[in-house]
Design a protein around this ligand. Structure first.
Ligand SMILES: Cc1cc2nc3c(=O)[nH]c(=O)nc-3n(C[C@H](O)[C@H](O)[C@H](O)COP(=O)(O)OP(=O)(O)OC[C@H]3O[C@@H](n4cnc5c(N)ncnc54)[C@H](O)[C@@H]3O)c2cc1C
Length: 389
């Protein structure tokens, strides 16, 4: 037996939630499937950059998100030689548990049906898609299905999407409470972590999200993240001070995979099934920020789906593939250039020094962090010359 809806969305992370909010607002019947009950813990650095804030600032729930989080106006980036480059910007920290919970509330208020369950398989039918859950006796039928399962790509691969199974980076984080005052984000491309970075993100009430991520490159199997984290906490002065002044024992370290492999060859539409968010590799390579781009893809996938549901022309779903191939993925070439630069001690030191001393370069990186500048242009020969003249 089938239960029918217009759109089935699998995964209630930022990508799935933004798609659900937008499609429900457009009047479609949306079923959102999520394997975990909400509110749920989500392993993340809990830092939102301007691109994420832009995607949610007009939502009714944004006030609640703002109240629960901490607004931050600058980020300090440290190079291995501890050169500090400061960038201004619009940032917000909020535990992902709460961010995702509030977004789900907004989706439900707009009419999204939340169904807790692990989606086991999806199958094309002649006029739609069939969705089966491991613990449900009935299957569901939708006109369109959006897969937004984050770093879990099994379902998409089982369906036929060709996706790299290896992570681009691995990251771990903990929470620690301290009496130290900090009102900026801190990222350190620390000598002990390279190729990778450590972070200290202040949350409300004296809580800090502290973690580190390591780019996998060709070294995928050999990373001991726990050891890297311990070195970061021991060697990076601010991290050491936080842990020395801790007001309780830090929470257990928890880790996750990061997928940043979006490229112009990524297929994100097969028939009536579309991918959104980290499943197709939208998380930024050089700093592991992924909420903003997941949300952007959620909005774009909703737009194409809405077009299709109105016109019934299958070509309208392909407008999403066009957006990913022609507009979003080309920027990742630039993001990967930045990752290459910050993977090495010397080039990271040089870039930090340059960004510290050169206003134009500082401004250009500020725009990249806000998702406004195209990194390919900033780090092209002409882009660099422009910062010199
Ligand atoms: C340690 C760490 C730190 C990070 N720090 C930051 C940061 O500070 N800022 C930032 O912007 N990004 C950060 N990221 C990246 C960020 O977490 C991701 O980019 C973002 O969550 C991607 O959103 P998404 O909606 O694509 O997927 P997700 O948020 O992963 O959501 C996917 C959802 O799908 C559900 N799901 C999966 N499979 C199924 C299934 N078969 N059936 C039903 N439900 C399913 C999952 O339970 C999950 O809720 C970090 C990542 C890690 C690992």
């Amino acid at each position: 037996m089938h239960t029918l809806c217009d759109v089935a969305i699998v995964g209630a992370g930022p990508a799935g939630l933004l798609a659900a909010i937008n499609l429900s607002q457009a009047g479609h019947k949306v079923f959102l499937f999520e394997k975990d009950g909400f509110p749920r813990e989500k392993i993340c650095g809990d830092g939102l950059t301007a691109d994420a804030i832009k995607c949610i600032k007009d939502l009714k729930i944004f006030n609640e998100i703002n109240k629960k989080g901490k607004s931050i106006k600058s980020v300090s980036v440290f190079s291995p030689s501890r050169t500090e480059a400061k960038f201004s910007g619009n940032f917000l920290t909020i535990k992902r548990m709460w961010l995702d919970y509030f977004l789900l509330e907004e989706a439900k208020e707009n009419g999204t049906f939340f169904i807790k369950g692990d989606v086991e398989s999806i199958k094309h039918l002649s006029d739609g898609v069939e969705i089966k859950l491991s613990s449900y006796p009935v299957s569901f039928k939708a006109k369109v299905c959006i897969l937004a399962t984050g770093a879990k790509t099994e379902l998409a691969r089982k369906f036929g999407f060709f996706l790299d199974i290896k992570p681009s980076a691995l990251a771990i984080r903990t929470y620690v409470k301290s009496s130290i005052f900090l009102n900026r984000l801190v990222i350190s491309y620390d000598e002990s972590i390279l190729p990778g970075y450590g972070w200290i993100f202040p949350l409300p009430d004296g809580l800090f999200n502290v973690g580190c991520g390591v780019f996998c490159g060709n070294n995928r199997e050999k990373v001991n993240l726990r050891e890297k984290f311990e070195l970061f906490v021991k060697n990076f002065p601010l991290a050491a001070a936080l842990f020395e002044s801790k007001l309780h024992e830090p929470e257990k370290l928890r880790g996750g995979r990061i997928l940043s492999n979006l490229s112009q060859y990524t297929t994100c539409v097969i028939g009536r099934v579309l991918l959104a968010g980290e499943t197709m590799g939208t998380t930024l390579p050089f700093m592991g920020e992924g909420v903003g781009k997941a949300m952007e893809s959620g909005i774009a996938v909703a737009e194409a789906t809405n077009l299709f549901l109105k016109s019934r022309k299958i070509w309208d779903l392909q407008s999403y593939q066009k957006f990913i191939t022609q507009e979003l993925s080309p920027k990742y070439t630039g993001y990967r250039i930045i990752e290459k630069i910050v993977s090495h001690r010397r080039s990271t030191n040089l870039l930090a020094l340059y960004a510290k001393r050169n206003k134009k370069m500082n401004g250009a990186i500020t725009e990249i962090l806000a998702g406004e500048a195209d990194p390919r242009k900033v780090f092209s020969t002409w882009g660099i010359i422009k910062t010199l003249i």
